[in-house]
Design a protein around this ligand. Structure first.
Ligand SMILES: O=C(O)C(=O)Cc1ccccc1
Length: 379
């Protein structure tokens, strides 16, 4: 039988018209459901009812292909309906936001601020660029100690690196962020120009082994290989510079800043040895209070999703349906749970935006766990 394409298309158009009409009707009923839920204090997301619905709908279809199809379709429809209900409920779904809005960060010369690394570290530079030098600063030799010092209130703010343009996300930072009750309140980007430092009078050819923070070694990996040098990770770029300065061995070099060279009396044997010319590191400023700046425009979140088909897709659809631009996504393995991941996501927006509030309300119910890491002003 020859199928009349025009005729078939007309039939499909009519069916689609019906579907569109029914969809709109269904969405209108969702408003009544939202009103009912509001008056009875019931949650928007009712997983038991949703699973029952999927089961019934599967039974209404004949073959396996259509059963999977109708399940996909209705999971989407129910998800859209849920988002619509959150929209209708609006700002009443805000109990998950214990964050207080502030106009500026509370800081004076007696405010204790802790940064990662020995004096002369890039993180110290970031701290001074944000807070100036008229502060009460503290230095700690690990990210963990910085976060501990902030979490227990010994310091009001802490600074650590989180991402580099040439080497990507700094895993050690991501892996620690959820271990402490801290909030990211600001961020700052520093152009990192790594230099090869040696003892006074040393030549490049004298250097057999270089020390640096793992970030410094990664950013200069090409140079190290080309020069046939050995490399060893050290606590920070500036600790490496200090080690070279203190030990009587001309074959040792450090990869650090020219600022660290001055501080420890080392020679700059070669400047700009990072393999990417445009080498920037993003630092975060954390505190132990739940605050955000009123002009903040980027939100950092972390969540864990269920191990099921479409879980990430559904989660991310919350941003799409609320018109939120996702600017970054990272995943990190969860400790002691092979092949399971924790997601870290940045979206554009402010915690006061209705779209953000709707998306967060929905995610907090669908995700296994949701943490709002902070809302910062980004350029
Ligand atoms: O070791 C340092 O100086 C740090 O602050 C960490 C780091 C290392 C390399 C680039 C940016 C930050």
């Amino acid at each position: 039988m020859v199928v009349d394409l025009k005729e078939s298309r007309k039939k499909i158009d009519n069916i689609d018209k019906e579907i569109a009409k029914l969809f709109e009707e269904r969405m209108k009923v969702a408003t009544d459901v939202a009103a009912y839920k509001r008056s009875t204090g019931k949650k928007v997301f009712d997983p038991v009812r949703e699973e029952e619905k999927i089961k019934t709908l599967r039974e209404l279809t004949t073959d396996e292909f259509n059963k999977t199809g109708i399940e996909d379709l209705f999971r989407q429809i129910m998800s859209i309906s849920r988002k619509y209900q959150y929209k209708v409920l609006g700002s009443e779904t805000n109990e998950l936001l214990p964050f207080k809005q502030v106009d500026k960060l509370d800081v004076d010369k007696d405010t204790r601020i802790v940064c990662f690394g020995e004096h002369g570290a890039y993180t110290e530079q970031a701290m001074e660029e944000v807070f100036g030098t008229d502060i009460t600063s503290m230095n700690r030799l690990s990210f963990k100690e910085v976060l501990e010092t902030v979490a227990n209130g010994e310091a009001k703010y802490g600074v650590i690196p989180i991402e580099n343009t040439s080497t990507g996300g700094i895993n050690d930072t991501y892996d620690l962020l959820l271990d402490y009750d801290i909030t990211i309140v600001a961020e700052h980007v520093v152009k990192v120009e790594q230099a090869l430092l040696g003892k006074p009078g040393a030549k490049i050819s004298d250097i057999k082994k270089v020390y640096s923070h793992p970030q410094g070694i990664m950013q200069c990996s090409k140079f190290i290989t080309e020069q046939g040098m050995e490399s060893e990770s050290y606590m920070s770029t500036s600790s490496a510079a200090k080690k070279v300065a203190e030990e009587d061995d001309i074959s040792q070099g450090a990869i650090a800043s020219t600022r660290a060279a001055k501080l420890f009396g080392l020679d700059v044997l070669k400047e700009s040895i990072n393999f990417e010319n445009s080498n920037y590191t993003r630092f975060i400023i954390v505190t132990n209070q739940k605050v955000f700046l009123s002009n903040a425009n980027k939100i950092s979140l972390s969540f864990e999703i269920k191990h099921q088909a479409g879980a990430l897709y559904n989660m991310l659809s919350n941003f799409y349906y609320n018109d939120l631009n996702l600017t970054k996504i990272e995943s990190r393995p969860i400790e002691n749970r092979n092949w399971e991941y924790q997601f870290f996501v940045d979206i554009e927006g402010n915690l006061n935006d209705p779209g953000v509030r709707n998306a967060l309300a929905c995610i907090s119910e669908c995700a296994k766990q949701l943490t709002i890491l902070g809302n910062v002003r980004t350029k």
